[in-house]
Write a protein of this length. Structure first.
Length: 595
């Protein structure tokens, strides 16, 4: 797939000036879509659970995540007049483009922080030009956030940022609400630098690009008034960085895992937030390298429409993988990555030489995140073995986004179109089971999870009378899956390897007990199963529109069984074939069975 020939495609993204220009290049195509009063931006016909009006307000607000730091750092833009006009009309109850009154758990609360931060961090553009009456109008609209319930997760940070910004802008603020939010975020802390996004098991990108991101902004804004808490937030971010860098390849790709992946380069926003808060969690040159390579990785992808708008999707436009809260303007949350533009050009983040990926071990056991990560020797690929954490809310395709056995920066993962049939199900990195009529169940919520230095272990029940213990072990570029199954019913089984692109030059290699397709292979070790290639329906995979999944299928009668397989994931098809040939006839060379 090729990216559209847009100005951003030729941006080298090497310097602060390049990154400033990237903000302008991303925002420029928005101009024709602003309403007459500039408070609303209409980008498409799709909708969300919060309705069209809020979708259009969201599309106005989210570019502020880039425009706000651009202004704060002294950057130029022809958007300032547009933004000021929209801000005044959107907060004016008498104007036809008024954004409206906040309800309980209202999307408007999500969109307030970048605008509020603009008042505090970019006063020359977004505060001093307004009269006192206009300032009071804006502050009054924002004060609504102090009187409405927030979702009990990262949303608890929104009133914190709004009130801190109002305080910095010299306006009335609610200290009690801000303190309550800070206390609630503390309840989500798991230790070792990790939070959960709420009280459920959600350890995904909402930890780096939301909770840590907001905490670091707070630490910068309120460091003098609340030095103890600011120091804690900085210390936790420093600890977290040592784990989080394992989620990236040396070339800047990040692990596709969890929900809200349409926010794309927000995945790297944490690195920029470190610079904003002056936290040298790694040497500045390494942080800069992680940040810039991630941006360059994304801007080589076809993530923009032909007219330059960010699309809903991941590596390419794809509504199938989206959440019910992803509207046409939602992808502009990616602009959170541009926060370091708010720091001066003489900051060491910008003056340091960009350094390569840090020299660290090739495996990382991340017990708070309930996963284990293994990198290739040259760090161009990583595979995470996951326990099946359950986010507590069904955002759509939740099992695929959290509960697959393995996640890869090269192969991505697939989402099902329907639970009937293997072609519709697209069961890569899953064990799918059916008790008849071609309807399949997979691992969703686990009864038990254990992470050791050697394995990721989970116990799950697709039916009350079917219990499965799954043990996952790295042998990069292979990993081993062992399933101990106790079933009270007859079952059909289908277990998929990674989903390989059908566009890749590859000749499938099939055998009696295994199949290799491109860089993806699955080899049966124990249990009666046959190997084949399943070609799922188009657009089920986040990274490749057309894929093939090497798959093992078999049948189990009621009783106790054990299924063991080795799964290969190697981006280079030539190297994959070498690996396959080396182990195909000597399975004991890649598996150690533990009883």
């Amino acid at each position: 797939m090729k990216a559209f020939d847009l100005p951003i495609a030729s941006n080298p993204l090497k310097t602060r000036a390049d990154v400033q220009e990237a903000v302008r290049q991303i925002c420029e195509p928005l101009k024709p879509h602003y309403s007459e009063g500039k408070a609303l931006v209409h980008l498409g016909a799709t909708c969300t659970n919060y309705g069209e009006r809020r979708c259009e307000m969201e599309a106005f607000a989210r570019p502020f995540w880039g425009l706000m730091p651009l202004a704060a750092g002294g950057g130029d833009s022809n958007f300032w007049d547009i933004c000021r006009k929209g801000l005044l009309n959107g907060t004016n109850p008498a104007h036809p483009e008024y954004w409206g009154e906040l309800g309980e758990v209202d999307q408007l609360a999500v969109e307030m922080p970048p605008i509020a931060l603009a008042l505090a961090l970019s006063p020359d553009q977004f505060w001093t030009p307004f009269s006192q009456a206009e300032r009071e109008q804006i502050a009054t609209w924002m004060d609504q956030i102090n009187h409405k319930a927030m979702s009990d997760n990262n949303w608890r940070a929104f009133p914190i940022l709004v009130n801190a910004s109002l305080k910095k802008a010299g306006m009335p603020y609610n200290a009690e609400v801000m303190e309550a939010g800070l206390d609630r975020l503390e309840d989500f802390y798991l230790g070792n630098g990790w939070y959960s996004d709420g009280t459920g098991k959600r350890m995904d990108y909402y930890i780096p690009f939301a909770i840590h991101f907001y905490s670091l902004i707070y630490a910068k804004l309120m460091g003098d008034e609340d030095p103890q808490r600011a120091a804690i937030f900085k210390d936790r971010a420093t600890i977290f960085a040592k784990d989080f860098l394992h989620w990236f390849t040396a070339e800047g790709a990040a692990l596709p895992f969890g929900r809200s992946l349409t926010y794309r380069f927000a995945q790297g926003a944490f690195w920029g937030a470190l610079a904003f808060a002056d936290v040298e969690a790694l040497p500045w040159g390494e942080i800069k390298g992680l940040f810039l390579r991630h941006l360059r990785h994304w801007f080589r992808k076809p993530i923009f429409t032909a007219d330059g708008l960010l699309s809903i999707g991941y590596d390419y436009p794809n509504l199938l993988m989206s959440e019910f809260y992803n509207g046409p303007g939602s992808p502009y949350w990616a602009m959170k990555a541009f926060l370091p533009l708010a720091v001066a050009e003489d900051h060491p983040f910008w003056t340091s030489e960009e350094l390569p990926f840090p020299r660290i071990g090739n495996e990382s056991v991340q017990k708070p995140a309930l996963m284990s990560i293994a990198h290739s020797e040259n760090r161009d690929h990583l595979v995470a073995l996951a326990s099946g954490q359950w986010c507590g809310l069904d955002f759509g395709h939740t099992a695929e986004k959290y509960s697959k056995f393995a996640y890869s920066t090269h192969f991505g993962f697939s989402v099902s179109r329907e639970a009937t049939g293997l072609v519709k199900g697209a069961y890569d990195s899953m064990l799918a089971l059916s008790d008849g009529e071609d309807h399949w169940r997979v691992r969703r919520q686990c009864e038990l999870v254990e992470i050791t230095d050697d394995a990721v272990i989970s116990v799950w029940k697709p039916w009350p009378d079917v219990e499965i213990e799954t043990r996952l072990e790295h042998r990069y570029p292979w990993h081993i899956r062992t399933h101990t199954i106790k079933t009270g019913r007859a079952l059909e089984t289908a277990e998929g390897g990674f989903a390989a692109s059908r566009e890749a030059e590859s000749v499938p290699k099939e055998g009696a007990v295994g199949v290799l397709y491109g860089g993806s292979g699955i080899l049966n070790i124990e249990g009666e199963r046959e190997a084949s290639v399943v070609e799922p329906l188009p657009n089920t995979n986040l990274m490749n529109p057309c894929t093939a999944i090497p798959t093992l299928t078999g049948r189990l009668e009621p009783g106790k069984h054990r299924l063991v397989c080795a799964v290969l994931g190697e981006p280079d098809a030539v190297n994959a074939l070498k690996e396959w040939n080396a182990y195909e006839k000597s399975v004991d060379g890649i598996v150690t069975v533990r009883h």
